[in-house]
Design a protein around this ligand. Structure first.
Ligand code: GDP
Length: 206
C-alpha cells in the first residue's frame, strides 16, 4: 500500500505555499465533520496523520502529505505523489469571511494546479450532496477533473440502505453526465478502504 508511506509535509493558508507543482496529487475535500480526517487516516493506515476532531470547522488549512515515489507504470520513471487535505468549511459555524477565503482558494487550486489528478469528495452517507458538495462537484465538472465521492459513516446505515444511497447517487451522476465515481465507506467499520485506496492510486497514475 503506497499510501502507507504518507508523511506530513506542510500546512498552507494559500496555494502559493503548497509544494512545487510537479508530479501528481489527489485532493481530499469535504464539509467540516464529514469524516475526511478519519478517511485519510484509514487510507494511509496512520491513525494520527490527519487531525480528527469533534469540533467542526477546526481544520482550516490545506495540508500536504508526500507519498513514496510511485512504482513506474509501463516503463515510466517513478514520480512524486502527494495527497492534499483541503479545508472543510461547509459548516454553519465557520465565519463568512473565512468561508469566502477558502471558496476562492479552492476554486483557484482546482483550476490552476497542474499536478492535480482528481478529487476525493467525502460526504456523510446520511446527508450526501449538501451545498458545499455540489459546489465541489461543479468545480470538478468545470475543470474536467475526475471526482470520487466517498459516502462515509456507512456504518450508521443498514447495509441495504447504504447500497441504495450509493446506487441512487450513481444514477444521479449518470443522469447529470458527471465524471464522478461513488462508493460507500466507513472509517470505523472499516468498509470500502481497499476500494478507495485503489481509486486514489488510479487517479494518481492516470
Ligand atoms: P473531518 O472534520 O471531516 O475531518 O471529520 P473527522 O474525521 O474529524 O470526523 C468527524 C466525526 O465523525 C468524528 O467524531 C469521527 O469520530 C466521526 N466519524 C468519522 N468517520 C466515521 C465513520 O466512518 N463512522 C462513524 N460512525 N463515525 C465517523
Amino acid at each position: 500500500n503506497p499510501l502507507q508511506g504518507a508523511q506530513f509535509v506542510l500546512a498552507a493558508h494559500r496555494i502559493s505555499q503548497l509544494p512545487a507543482d510537479q508530479g501528481a496529487e489527489v485532493a481530499f475535500a469535504g464539509r467540516s465533520n464529514a469524516g475526511k480526517s478519519s478517511a485519510l487516516n484509514a487510507l494511509t493506515g496512520h491513525r494520527g496523520l490527519a487531525r480528527t476532531s469533534k469540533t467542526p470547522g477546526r481544520t482550516q488549512q490545506m495540508v500536504a502529505f508526500s507519498l513514496p515515489p510511485l512504482p513506474p507504470v509501463a516503463g515510466e520513471a517513478p514520480f512524486d505523489a502527494r495527497l492534499i487535505d483541503l479545508p472543510g468549511y461547509g459548516y454553519a459555524k465557520v465565519p463568512e469571511d473565512l468561508r469566502a477565503h477558502w471558496k476562492t482558494e479552492i476554486d483557484a487550486y482546482l483550476h490552476q494546479r497542474r499536478s492535480l489528478r482528481g478529487v476525493v469528495l467525502i460526504a456523510d452517507i446520511r446527508h450526501p450532496l449538501k451545498e458545499f458538495d455540489r459546489m465541489m462537484l461543479d468545480f470538478c465538472f468545470a475543470t474536467a477533473l475526475p471526482c470520487h465521492l466517498l459516502l462515509t459513516k456507512a456504518d450508521k446505515l443498514s447495509r441495504s440502505q447504504a447500497m441504495q444511497t450509493v446506487a441512487a447517487m450513481r444514477r444521479q451522476f449518470a443522469a447529470e453526465e458527471r465524471q464522478a465515481t461513488v462508493q460507500g465507506f466507513s472509517s470505523s467499520a472499516p468498509t470500502g478502504v481497499d476500494e478507495a485506496r485503489a481509486r486514489v492510486l488510479e487517479l494518481l497514475r492516470q
